[in-house]
Design a protein around this ligand. Structure first.
Ligand code: NAD
Length: 253
């Protein structure tokens, strides 16, 4: 039976990677999915594959988020997948990098939650909700080398998640964070290429280093992250809120 039957889900950064895998899994489980992304061409591919609704939306655009929320109507599940990984230490991070990273990785989640949560609250005629924020093991769970601003933002995502969970725990809305280890995705390929160029190593050498930090000896799959998202979106996880769910092949163990 379908685990998300009757639920409507709104997903940011659903064009590729983890966000797209979540959109596909949610559709398979019977949800009505509104997939959003800044990249129209990527969204087109998601619609072709799943038949879901789609809308171009820049997750850093406050006006666009409010408009999308008004248009979406009642939403049961909000997935915040938008995020960008800067490489570098505190010495490499510019003011612009800091602002960009916090704006996309954290402020976007504040804005979407502020826009969608009122409609989830039972007293407003909503039927509760589940908010799922993409964090990372890199952040407050583990310091990852060369991930200074990224880790800072993802630690903030866990704090934001717990704060929202605490405030709405008795009002039918749950909020949880997913903390993946390294997951095979288009942007990971970009990071591997950039790192190879910067270090003079081959692509294979850089990829091997990413795999080597995963004790399981392999990268995560987006479908594995999507399976956790289905659980957190469904009523199966009704007793789970304010958590940071680690899914990292043992990286942080
Ligand atoms: P990705 O980086 O490959 O894809 C990102 C998507 O975001 C693209 O479709 C892109 O068009 C879209 N996007 C970029 N800027 C946007 C904006 N301003 N508004 C809306 N959409 C925008 O995806 P991924 O690697 O699967 O990462 C998804 C999330 O999971 C991120 O928050 C990331 O930090 C987190 N995460 C990823 C990994 C990993 O190893 N891939 C590990 C831990 C956490």
């Amino acid at each position: 039976s379908q685990r998300l039957q009757g639920k409507t889900a709104f997903i940011t950064a659903a064009g590729q990677g983890i966000g797209r895998a979540i959109a596909e899994a949610f559709v398979r489980e019977g949800a009505t999915v509104i997939a959003t992304d800044i990249n129209a061409a990527l969204l087109h591919g998601v619609v072709e594959a799943t038949g879901c609704r789609a809308q171009v939306m820049d997750a850093t655009d406050a006006v666009a988020i409010r408009a999308a929320a008004a248009q979406a109507g009642l939403v049961d599940v909000l997935v915040n997948a938008a995020g960008y990984v800067h490489a570098g230490t505190v010495l490499d991070c510019t003011e612009a990098d800091w602002d960009f990273a916090f704006n996309l990785n954290v402020r976007s989640q504040f804005r979407t939650i502020q826009a969608f949560l009122p409609g989830m609250l039972a007293e407003n005629g909503g039927h509760g909700g589940s908010i799922i924020n993409l964090a990372s093991v890199a952040g407050s769970l583990k310091g990852a080398p060369n991930r200074f601003v990224y880790g800072s933002t993802k630690a903030a995502v866990i704090g934001l998640t717990k704060a929202v969970a605490a405030d709405f725990i008795t009002r039918g809305v749950r909020c949880n964070a997913i903390c993946p280890g390294t997951v095979e995705s288009p942007s990971l390929r970009d990071r591997i290429a950039a790192q190879a160029q910067a270090s003079g190593q081959t692509l294979a050498q850089v990829e091997a280093a990413f795999i080597a930090r995963q004790p399981m000896g392999r990268l995560g799959r987006t479908s594995e992250i999507a399976a956790l998202a289905v659980y957190l979106a469904s009523d199966e996880s009704a007793f789970t809120t304010g958590t940071a769910q680690v899914i990292d092949g043992g990286w942080s163990n």
